[in-house]
Each structure stands twice: as C-alpha cells, then as structure tokens.
Design a protein around this ligand. Structure first.
Ligand SMILES: [Zn+2]
Length: 412
C-alpha cells in the first residue's frame, strides 16, 4: 500500500523536477501558495524533514489550508510550480499520484482528494485527462488539511525513482486539459452511462438482446422500454429491456452463458463492420464478383422469381439480424455491382445466381444449422475468389438470401 501525505506528494514532484531546481526551492514555493509569509526556501533542515515525512507542516500552513482559496492556489501552481517541473515527466507525476491515491486504503472512495474541483478518489481513478495545476494544487490542499505528515518516513521510502519510472509505458494514457468542461462530474458520469448504453444498443440494433423489443435511453415517463445495462461478467455488459433484466436476476448459469456468447457474436459483427467502411465494402463486393467468372458454374437449377422476405426464411435470430443488416446496408450496392459487371460482359448474373443456388442445395444436404450453411457458402465463395475479402463474401451471400437462392421459405 502507498499513502498520500505531504512527504510522498512532494517526493513525487522532487523526482520529477527540472534539473536546475533544488528541493528546498520546490518545497518552499509550494507552501507559499497558501501561506505567503511562510518562506522556508532557504531552510534546508525543515524542507528535508517535510519531504522525508518526519514532521508535520507548520501551523502557518495547516491553519490557513482549510479556508484557502483553492482556485487561487491552482493559479499560483500554474505560475510558480509547473515551471519548476520537468515537462517530460508531467504524465509520470499524474500516474504516480493516481496510483498512490488508488492504493491508499485510508481514503474512502467518496473522499474529496482534489480540492480545486472537488474530485473524489473514485473520480480521479476514472479519469485520464487532467488540468495539471488544478490536480497538483487540489492534492496539495488535501495533504495540508486531511493528513498528518509526521511518522510517514516508511511511506516516503516507497517513492523511488524506479517507482516513478515504472509508469513510463503508460505515459501516453494521460492527457492534459486547460480547463474541465462545465459539466459536473455527476453529469459526466451520467453521459458516460448513456454513451455506454448507446454503444450496446448499436450492437443489438437498438433492441433488447434477449427478446428483441425496441429500446430507448431512460428518460422521465418512459418506464418499460428503456435500455437496462446488465453486468454479465467482469468485462461484459449486455443491454436488456426491463422485463428481461428482471428475468435474468434468477437466470441459470446456462442462460447467462448463452446470452454472453450471443453478445460476443454481436461484438465481432460490430468490429468487422467498423474495420471496413461501407464504401470499401462495396469495392470489395465488386472485386469478389469480378472473380466469380472463374468459378465452375453449371446451369440446371431454376430460380425462384418472387423474393421472399428474409424474415420468413431464417429461424436463427442472430443470423437473421446479420443478413437483414447486410441487406439494408448493401443490397443496392451488390445489385449495382452485378448490373455493372453484367453490362461489361464480365459476369453472367443468372449463371452465378444458379451456382449459388446449387451451392446452397449441396450445403443443405450436409448441414442442418442455417448459420453453418450460411458460413459454408460464404467460405466457399471466399475460397473461389482468391481469398481476399471474407466480409464481402458474407454480404454477397446475404444478398442471395434476400433474392431467394439461399434458404427456402419456412412453412407457416
Ligand atoms: Zn427483453
């Protein structure tokens, strides 16, 4: 465990100060921020005792600290303390302070540790972007008001060069702001929750992941159809409607893991989509279709003429979502590419459609699961078109599901 006190705070700054600066100048200047008449910048002994955690801050400092103007202290830090620090080590300072605060179990999660913006231990742990002068002044005020600095030698000894250097790899995680947005941290938390729900809702197409009911973000007067985020595991949240959320409270492990695996499929689908823009996908579809002419095509299969809705052909919920998504996004794109290639005499669309139909019939003799059949068709197309764009192959198969070469209508 690490502990936050003036000694450990000042030691972190000392390790990260600019070359020409001395520890007594640094420490003395910090204290002048709230006690302008208390100048120990030439008092080696006192400075050393304070930094080593051997004695308490003087009453000149601790008496005024509880009522000090925190905003003014931050301005002072900006003018007078930041120039004393090595500008390459600002992120290390923040990372070390964050780590120290997080590991100090004498501080409660809701305790305000940064006194300029009233940030709690929990707020600090959740942030990666800071106003440096606020952060340092706010924490300094905490050490002056809330903790004894006497008997802290053992804690100070843990703050070594190696400890500071251990954060080197995380430096890029920290960014600096000139001001925090005018939102309170509560508002920011609420927005973060809404954003999280939105990300989950985007994955499910705006629906309850379990029953498929359309969902919104919770607002006044909207008491059933809003998205409830449910934690399934350490790292996985799903979005459900209120009813399904209630059901899940008593769900078996089996039901939970089914929901979880469903969720992973959705994530994979999103990731695949994000990785490739729609424009790029259309190009890839066209590329795959140009390769199609090389496929072995036989032409003894009659095509259905009337398209039947995907809805009525696919029983597996997730596959249906996927195919509907493709069809909505890219049906026109595939159709246009087919027209274009046919116009250029690069592809006989009818023959291609028939060969897809035949592939489907072969596949459905061997396989029963619709997603297995779908994947086999996409894989076969992928194999036969120089193995370049798997995602485009899936989209083309989805197109043929909509056009009815793939999957028969389910009898009602
Ligand atoms: Zn539901």
């Amino acid at each position: 465990m690490k502990r936050l006190c003036f000694g450990t705070f000042a030691t972190i700054l000392k390790i990260c100060m600019a070359k020409r600066v001395t520890q007594k100048r640094l420490c003395g200047t910090i204290l002048l921020s709230i006690a302008p008449d208390y100048d120990i910048r030439s008092d080696d002994g006192t400075v050393s005792d304070l930094i080593l955690g051997k004695k308490n801050l003087s009453p000149y400092v601790t008496d005024v600290a509880p009522t000090a103007d925190a905003r003014a202290a931050s301005n002072y830090f900006k003018q007078n303390i930041l120039p004393l620090l090595d500008s390459n080590k600002k992120s290390l300072i923040v990372l070390a302070l964050k780590d120290m605060i997080a590991s100090d179990d004498t501080i409660e999660p809701d305790t305000v540790v940064e006194k300029v913006n009233d940030m709690t231990k929990k707020n600090i742990a959740g942030r990666d972007a800071f106003v440096l002068e606020d952060f340092l002044a706010g924490i300094f005020l905490y050490t002056a008001v809330n903790v004894e600095n006497r008997n802290c030698e053992e804690n100070v000894k843990k703050i070594t060069d190696e400890y500071i250097q251990s954060f080197e790899a995380q430096k890029t995680n920290i960014s600096f702001l000139t001001a925090y947005s005018r939102f309170s941290t509560e508002t920011a938390d609420e927005i973060a929750i809404d954003t999280h729900s939105l990300v989950l809702l985007a994955e499910t197409g705006g629906k309850c992941q379990k029953c498929g009911r359309l969902l919104g973000i919770k607002k006044e007067g909207n008491d059933v159809n809003y998205a409830k985020v449910v934690h399934l595991s350490e790292t996985d949240d799903v979005v459900l409607c209120v009813d399904c959320e209630r059901e899940m409270r008593n769900a078996s492990e089996e039901e939970k893991s089914a929901l979880l695996s469903d969720k992973h499929d959705l994530e994979n689908l999103m990731a695949a989509r994000d990785a490739t823009s729609r424009y790029a996908l259309e190009k890839q579809v066209e590329y795959v279709l140009r390769e199609v002419q090389l496929m072995d095509v036989t032409d003894d299969t009659r095509l259905k003429i009337e398209p039947v809705k995907v809805e009525r052909k696919i029983t597996e919920k997730r596959l249906k979502e996927r195919v509907l998504f493709d069809v909505r996004q890219l049906y026109e794109g595939v159709n246009n590419a087919l027209d274009r290639l046919s116009g250029e005499n690069k592809l006989n669309v009818d023959r291609f459609a028939k060969s897809v139909k035949r592939m489907y019939e072969d596949a459905s003799e061997k396989l029963t699961s619709q997603s297995d059949i779908y994947n086999l068709l996409a894989d076969t197309l992928f194999e036969k078109t120089s193995r370049k764009y798997r995602e485009a192959c899936k989209i083309i198969i989805s197109y043929f599901v909509q056009r009815c070469e793939v999957f028969d209508e389910i009898a009602e």
